[in-house]
Design a protein around this ligand. Sequence first.
Ligand SMILES: Nc1nc2c(ncn2[C@@H]2O[C@H](COP(=O)(O)OP(=O)(O)OP(=O)(O)O)[C@@H](O)[C@H]2O)c(=O)[nH]1
Ligand SMILES: [Zn+2]
Length: 198
Amino acid sequence: MAYSKKEHYDEHTTEKLIKHYHGVLEHLGEDPEREGLLKTPERVAKAMQFLTQGYHLDARSIIHSARFKEEVNEMIIVKDIELYSMCEHHMLPFFGKAHIAYIPNGWITGLSKLARVVDVYSRRLQVQERLTTQILEAIKESLNPLGVAVVIEAKHLCMMMRGVQKQNSVTTTSAFDGEFMKNPTRSEFLKLISTKLD
Ligand SMILES: Nc1nc2c(ncn2[C@@H]2O[C@H](COP(=O)(O)OP(=O)(O)OP(=O)(O)O)[C@@H](O)[C@H]2O)c(=O)[nH]1
Ligand SMILES: [Zn+2]
């Protein structure tokens, strides 16, 4: 699949979504013809395509586009990668941070590519657990590292704005592979992601 940095708006999809969101506004008791809402179906159609653009991106080709041979055997961590996703149950946002680490085995990748991989899988309808393991699997398959670790901390609007209405709960999910299955390596990673940079 081609890897493009452009926002993805498909004309045909936009036209179809506009009709649906026009209907949604009506069903919610709004007047889609009032001035403030005239362009809303089109705006929402484009916003939703932006927020789900991950379906058109391929994480493995992103990593392969900046994969370098390098004899490094130390843990590489990129932490506090902000993410915005949407829960597949309510189509409401969940947002937070991802922390990624890997121990290379001959190959490294561009640091920004790890953040792009987070976007590839977060810009879809998701559950946080699957998002976490998909990121791990893409790094594992593309770099064949000695170990990979992914931790995601997120707040879910479906638990804040509606439903149980809990404003302060944070969900943490994690996935570990290879060296990170061993306690000392995992502990070092968890310690390093909990320290703050000033
Ligand atoms: N495991 C998991 N659950 C999620 C995630 N995002 C939302 N949920 C949960 O998905 C569940 C869906 O439960 P349902 O009982 O079918 O839906 P609901 O009646 O709207 O549930 P409430 O949110 O409890 O009102 C809820 O418990 C949500 O909190 C996620 O990323 N992972
Ligand atoms: Zn939800």
